[in-house]
Design a protein around this ligand. Structure first.
Ligand code: DX5
Ligand code: ZN
Length: 223
């Protein structure tokens, strides 16, 4: 499997999101991760479909849209039309999760399921066959710049084993929150092959070097 590096736009300078999107693409990122927050599912409010549309207009790499919304089903079409390539919803959301995942796929977008740090891996097992990727939160969702939660590492392994047992080995496992040059290889060693990083990449002086290093070190231990 490849290791994918996804800078998280939430950590960028909100005063120039176009430049931040272009910076991620120029740095060799595999995709751009955009965090959508409604102030209900998580305490923070971040960005909406217009920012996804801006990114779609100015860069070509895939857009990974993370819906931290209590009712993601109400917004899937808007983010699909804005240009999302993958849409990740939370298993904890207040909606018919399987139906919403099918809705995402019917719109031609890759569906993903996300679980919060306190949610057991088993909660997503019933929907594994409906998704292209799983996002394991390694911080409580809502804000960038939080410390990585190492106690989540065994959950990554649990999800990778569940995918293998379901004969879905090639599905991406993303990790998201506090991922940096130290924690990224730790996650890869547990089976995470897609690394979302905001602070570690947008605060790097040389993002391209940081992307290359994170990808190289994770690939060396990916299991
Ligand atoms: C948090 C978001 C993450 C966050 C990552 O709710 O889902 O994508 O922006 O930022 P860092 O890498 O700074 O923890
Ligand atoms: Zn995210």
């Amino acid at each position: 499997m490849n290791v994918l590096i996804l800078p998280s736009l939430l950590a960028a300078d909100m005063g120039n999101l176009e430049a931040a999107a272009r910076r991620a693409e120029s740095a060799g990122a595999d995709a751009l991760h955009l965090d959508i927050m409604d102030g209900v599912f998580v305490p923070n409010i971040s960005m909406g479909p217009a920012v996804v549309a801006m990114a779609r207009r100015c860069i070509k790499i895939p857009l990974s849209v993370h819906l931290m919304l209590i009712h993601p089903d109400r917004y899937v079409r808007a983010f699909a039309e804005a240009g999302a390539n993958s849409i990740l919803i939370h298993i904890e959301a207040d909606c018919d999760v399987p139906a919403t995942l099918r809705q995402i796929r019917n719109l031609g977008i890759k569906p993903g399921i996300t679980l919060n740090p306190g949610t057991p891996a088993a909660r997503i097992f019933p929907v594994l066959d409906l998704v292209d990727e799983v996002l394991v939160m390694t911080v409580a969702p809502g804000y960038g710049g939080q410390p990585f939660m190492p106690q989540i590492l065994p959950k990554i392994r649990e999800v990778r084993e569940a995918l293998r047992q379901s004969l879905l080995p090639e599905r991406n496992i993303l990790v998201d929150g506090g991922v940096d040059q130290v924690t990224a290889p730790q996650c890869a060693a547990q089976g995470a092959n897609a690394l979302v990083a905001g602070t570690a990449l947008y605060k790097a002086t040389d993002m391209a070097a940081a992307v290359l290093r994170m990808r190289r070190d994770a690939l060396a231990v990916l299991a």
